[in-house]
Ligand binder design. Structure first.
Ligand SMILES: [Zn+2]
Length: 93
């Protein structure tokens, strides 16, 4: 039985800071895409001293393009690592 907490995580969205072009291992989560965007902007400000007012449209677009659904990411990671993963396992994760 999956807890409410992991259900929330699976239906959340994320962006990797490195996908935006920064040398950083942070993964920024949010309950939806707008929330990830907001969290990413505050992360950029806090960890990379990028002023939200000075953030370029190009950078915002790059964040936006790299936001993914966490459930989809887990599926692709599992398929990548276990090429013979059983079909029946997929609905579980
Ligand atoms: Zn970062």
């Amino acid at each position: 039985m999956m807890s409410q907490r992991s259900e929330d995580l699976l239906s959340s969205f994320f962006v990797r800071c490195s996908d935006v072009g920064l040398d950083c291992g942070h993964i920024i989560f949010g309950i939806n895409e707008d929330n990830v965007m907001k969290n990413a902007i505050s992360h950029m400000c806090e960890y990379h001293a990028i002023d939200p007012k000075e953030m370029t449209t190009c950078m915002k677009l790059k964040i936006w393009e790299n936001i993914h659904l966490y459930r989809d990411y887990l599926h692709s990671e599992i398929l990548r690592q276990l090429s013979d993963v059983s079909e029946w396992l997929l609905p579980v994760i």
